[in-house]
Design a protein around this ligand. Sequence first.
Ligand code: UT7
Length: 323
Amino acid sequence: MNTKIIGTGYDLPAFAADNNYLATLVDTSDEWIVERTGIRTRHLAKEETTTSMAVNASRQALERAGMQAEDVELLIVATISGDTETPSTACRVQAEIGANRAVAFDINAACSGFLYGMHVAEAFIRSGIYRNALVIGAETLSKLIDWTDRSTCVLFGDGAGAAVLAATEETGIISQSIGSNGEKWEVLECQGRPNGNPLCEKGQELKYMTMNGQEVFKFAVKTVPLCVEDAVEKAGIGLDEVKYFLLHQANKRIIQSVAKRLGQPEEKFPMNLDQCGNTSAASLPILLAQMDEQGLLQKGDRLVLSGFGAGLTWGACLLEWQK
Ligand code: UT7
């Protein structure tokens, strides 16, 4: 049994912070951010939460799929910024949308989270255990960021994207290539809550996200082309037969470098990072849903989705659009 995407949705916070706004917080400039990253604005949550955005994205995806929430069998949220340590964001979304028959859990694979979610969902659907899945990437990264650190605070944004996956006799997901390298965990990390038990030092500081940007950059431009090529080779097709390469929206220069290494024209690499920044696990499903909404995807189009992030983690998924 194959797996196809039958609906997509997304949600962004109302407030869009442009680069000039960030220049009022840290020593940076619109010129530096645009030149080094391609980002112009990012949406930041005020009233919105990871759960509320995931719920809105899910409702839209289910509506576009023509599916009722109570028919969802598997509900996965990829996030590193849930509203509660426990329960999972997935359980909170399940309750809000009324997906009361679903098995619900979260996945923590940072910016590769949505691809990891697709990987898990596809395996369950292919095995026949579930007939469908709602896979969501949702993040409020703005709460993990040190707003005095200009090397990170200009990069990230908040948002959520969702996709409904269903069993099909048609072609859908064709091949995947996915990996992790825990030895490099310190390159991009955010410590959890400090331990306040009676044995531990009192008043430990809450830590924010830290990143070695250049290390992540080098890792991305090396690993993404390899996993994209691997996924495409596994399918026995050529890169030229892929219509769009949807890459994790972290940095325009990373996307341009991957396009060059793959020998593919930049027009095949859609971007929304100028408007959304890096929304981690939400980045790919937001981009996919926006392209779907704009009518850019035709039945039979071959798409590659590929991401990379903390862990380190990475992945690529080749699929044929069947909506
Ligand atoms: O989802 C995965 C998440 N992470 C990523 O994808 C990050 C990948 N890495 C990158 O995108 C880039 O490495 C960055 C955009 C983070 C940084 O760009 P860079 O070209 O690698 O800059 P750099 O770190 O080499 O810094 C160059 C200079 C430094 O100043 P000096 O030492 O040359 O005087 C930085 O202090 O730019 C300075 N700088 C800034 N200046 C203005 C760093 N951040 C800023 C800033 N505004 N926001």
